[in-house]
Design a protein around this ligand. Structure first.
Ligand code: GUN
Length: 284
């Protein structure tokens, strides 16, 4: 069994971005990422801090807009519009979920598709569906990069994704399909979940429930990817997979932390670099 080292893979992706950023800066272009954080969700605060740190590392300019939970929809949309207009901002990211009363979708649609480094805008989502895209969503693309770094082929494999969110589950299924996986998406209404997951060669858990995937749900020799960022009964950070028991059955498994999370951020850096190049008509 091999524990996939997301930190190591993400470090090499970020180093590649850093190198390309140096070359861009030499041409007078510094990629800029705007990060919007509304309210005081502690997990979102941690994610945003990590994104800012990564920007600093690769040499981007990052600008944080931390606004109170009382921010109105109009105020938020007017900030997004301002950022859409700014030449020095190439990527706009609004950390989701938004506090109650604010509409995630309205904000996503307000972000200019060319600055949509999360690839959440419906124009970008549609382009991914047909395989003609500029940006891929950070978590699923980070997972694909990690699989590739470990020479894990998806072609012809039975892939099972648990979770159907627009951020992870749905695009994850699409990217596995692009690589010729045979993909099943499971969710809260799925009957006989265990029968389906125990057939998976590649199992992606994106449910948001601590240690939901137990050893009896996993095939011997499976590759298990854990997207969860949960807290166990003691308040300790854990994933959607019961790591200690499941790992014995796997060929490869991602840990939490240190698995998918760092890859999400590395992909965000790649997307922001690409956004800066596209907006400056530089060959990608
Ligand atoms: N919330 C959870 N994951 C993400 C992500 O990848 N991007 C944004 N903007 N919000 C998130």
């Amino acid at each position: 069994m091999i524990i996939i080292d997301g930190k190591k893979v993400s470090a090499s992706v970020k180093d590649e971005v850093k190198k390309e950023t140096e070359a861009l800066i030499a041409q007078g272009i510094t990629p800029g990422l705007a990060v919007i954080l509304i309210g005081d969700d502690p997990a979102s605060r941690v994610y945003v801090n990590n994104k800012k740190k990564a920007c600093e590392y690769v040499g981007f300019k990052s600008e944080e807009f931390a606004l109170p939970a009382s921010t109105t929809q109009e105020e938020l949309l007017s900030l997004v519009n301002e950022l859409n207009e700014r030449k020095d901002i190439n990527g706009i990211l609004c950390q989701l979920p938004l506090p109650e009363g604010l509409d995630d979708n309205a904000v996503i649609e307000a972000i200019s598709p060319i600055k949509d480094v999360d690839a959440f805008h419906k124009q970008n989502v549609g382009r991914i569906m047909i395989g003609d895209y500029d940006f891929l969503p950070c978590t699923p693309a980070g997972i694909m990069e990690m699989l590739s770094a470990y020479d894990i082929s998806v072609d012809g494999k039975k892939c099972v994704v648990i979770g159907r969110s627009n951020i992870v589950g749905k695009p994850m299924a699409m990217l596995l399909l692009h690589e010729n996986g045979t993909v099943t998406i499971c969710h809260s209404h799925t009957k006989n979940l265990k029968d389906i997951t125990s057939e998976a060669d590649i199992l992606v858990a994106a449910i948001g429930k601590p240690k939901f995937v137990t050893a009896d749900m996993v095939k011997e020799g499976a590759v298990v990817i854990d997207v969860g960022m949960d807290r166990d009964e003691k308040g300790k950070l854990c994933g959607d997979v019961d790591f200690e028991n499941v790992k014995e059955k796997c060929s490869y498994i991602t840990p939490v932390p240190g698995g998918v999370g760092p890859m999400t951020i590395a992909t965000l850096m790649k997307n922001t670099l690409k956004a800066a190049k596209l907006q400056n008509d530089i060959e990608w």
